[in-house]
Design a protein around this ligand. Structure first.
Ligand SMILES: Cc1cc2nc3c(=O)[nH]c(=O)nc-3n(C[C@H](O)[C@H](O)[C@H](O)COP(=O)(O)OP(=O)(O)OC[C@H]3O[C@@H](n4cnc5c(N)ncnc54)[C@H](O)[C@@H]3O)c2cc1C
Length: 502
């Protein structure tokens, strides 16, 4: 841009106020474009010292093998059995508790094993290799007017990583993700390649789905699909005490396909107010609308960074979110695009601090009382505290009869909590104490917590949350007699427990 001499600039500003506006506008755009979107440094690329998304559990591994073809994977598993080596399996490594690696293990990096193998338009199924992401699958099925039944809120995760945690998202009609699997090819701990279904008498799916990579490698999977329908977005602000009845009405009337909600963590409306976003059916199938790409990450990041300042900034952030959801009320969106939430705006890297996720599941009919107790437990303004809560999103997690390590023993709401805290020993201890107290409250209400995240909880809390853990462990010992598949998550909950519990 060619600049005017100062004298001329003054003249132009005086005569043309729009010129000043233009400069302010350009300056603002420049600032927004220059807000960095940090890329967390984690994962398998940093020599043999590896971590996952939080970087909280660095560990030295033996090496990384990029998955090529299945015969090669089978050979690696058979050799490791002979040599007494351990294997861990990694997708995108967005789990946060050392689920994808273990001390001295060989890590199978599945991201290169990512072909979409077959689409059956008539029976609405897709067969895909496990290292593909939901985004890869969406790109392949969208031209057929098809969409996924159940995914997380974002489409960045691998299929293998998602099935191994039995993830959940915004869909409220199709049950747990595990229930959308028609067939799967697995490489078992003893090196056999097997094709398994739900009717399989050996019940492999019960343990591989939600099995955290401990029962073998998922090679490919055939998933049930549905139509890529166009939805109308409906948004509304609610008082917490009206949510249970609002949601049960929503479930009863068949006109809504997807739904999620967000609870205020801003001081003035803390755990009193929430907003909901529903995706209402229109009956129109779509195969034309392009898949949306991540956009507006910088602006989203600027807003979330303001909220991170806490106090009245957080109030401002919440009020802005309410304006934002009001502005999209009535908009149209395809199912595929409703399953492609942004994620880059959440990136947060600051030395000495960490942002983590936790998720608490609570029976649907206990929600209001639970939130009221939670309100008494947590400070409404955490501006000056080390432990800060930035966001709580609510999703429906329907009863799951498919998996051995089952977080939804009945129909649950999952409260996904974004937390920030310091990394000093006393700050870690404080975070652990608060999260353990929160987990105890959740357990009192018959709830549980989600396992892909960092293990603040004790082994005892794990066992109370997952009464099926003993059977899961027996099956692990039976199906993997050499303990071939290992990760830090398994070691923590099933073997060692927290150091202070020993
Ligand atoms: C920002 C963010 C948002 C999230 N949103 C949601 C959400 O909306 N809903 C939800 O339910 N969860 C959510 N999660 C959790 C997420 O679903 C899990 O962490 C999921 O495992 C991520 O997939 P991944 O490809 O990164 O898996 P990884 O972290 O790589 O692996 C997870 C587990 O799967 C195993 N695994 C991976 N691939 C295979 C394979 N081929 N065969 C056998 N085992 C395998 C690994 O060993 C590991 O135990 C979120 C996480 C983050 C960080």
């Amino acid at each position: 841009m060619k600049l005017l001499p100062i004298k001329l600039q003054k003249h132009a500003l005086h005569k043309n106020p729009w010129f000043l506006g233009l400069i302010v506008f350009m300056f603002s755009v420049w600032i927004v474009l220059n807000i960095p979107i940090e890329k967390r440094k984690y994962g398998l690329s940093q020599s043999n010292l590896t971590t996952d998304y939080t970087g909280l559990l660095p560990e030295r591994i033996k090496g990384i093998v990029k998955a090529g073809d299945r015969t090669e994977l089978q050979r690696i598993v058979k050799e490791a059995n002979k040599n007494g080596h351990h294997i861990s399996v990694a997708g995108l490594q967005h789990s946060q508790g050392g689920h994808t690696y273990y001390k001295d293990s060989v890590v199978l990096d599945m991201k290169t094993f990512n072909k979409v193998l077959e689409i059956d338009e008539q029976y609405k199924t897709v067969k895909v290799e496990s290292g593909a992401t939901w985004g890869d699958v969406q790109a392949a099925i969208q031209p057929y007017g098809l969409a996924l039944k159940v995914t997380q809120s974002q489409s960045i995760f691998t299929i293998g990583g998602s099935l191994s945690v039995n993830a959940h998202g915004r869909d409220i009609r199709f049950g747990p993700m595990a229930g959308t699997v028609k067939e799967m090819t697995i490489l078992t701990p003893t090196g056999e390649i097997k094709t398994v279904t739900r009717n399989d008498s050996e019940e492999w799916l019960k343990y591989v789905l939600g099995g955290y990579g401990l029962f073998g490698v998922i090679l490919d999977v055939t998933l049930e699909l549905t139509e890529n329908e166009v939805y109308t977005i409906h948004t509304r602000v609610l008082n917490i005490k009206d949510y249970e009845s609002y949601f049960s009405n929503l479930l009863r009337n068949d006109d809504t396909a997807m739904h999620y909600a967000r609870v205020s963590v801003a001081p003035s409306t803390f755990l009193d107010e929430m907003y909901i976003i529903d995706y209402k059916k229109t009956g129109t199938q779509d195969n034309q609308t392009p898949l949306k790409e991540e956009h507006g990450a910088r602006i989203g990041k600027m807003a979330i960074d303001l909220g991170r300042k806490g106090g009245s900034w957080e109030d401002l952030f919440w009020e802005n979110q309410k304006l934002l959801i009001k502005s999209i009320d009535g908009d149209k969106i395809t199912r595929n695009n409703a399953m492609r939430g942004n994620s880059a705006f959440m990136e947060y890297t600051k030395p000495s601090r960490v942002e983590v996720l936790q998720e608490f599941f609570i029976p649907v009919d206990q929600y209001e009382e639970y939130i009221s107790d939670l309100k008494n437990m947590l400070p409404d303004n955490d501006k000056d505290d080390d432990f800060k809560i930035h966001n709580i999103t609510v999703r429906y997690a329907p009863k799951d009869n498919y998996t051995g390590l089952n977080y939804a023993k009945e129909d649950m709401f999952g409260l996904v909590v974004l937390i920030q805290h310091g990394l000093q020993e006393n700050e870690m201890d404080n975070a652990e104490a608060i999260i353990q107290k929160w987990t105890d409250l959740t357990l009192e209400y018959g709830g549980s917590y989600y396992l892909p995240y960092y293990h603040y909880q004790s082994k005892e809390q794990f066992q109370r949350s997952y009464p099926g853990w003993g059977k899961f462990h027996q099956e692990k010992l039976k199906r993997d007699p050499n303990g071939l598949f290992q990760n830090i998550f398994y070691n923590y909950y099933f073997i060692e427990g927290a150091s202070h519990e020993k």
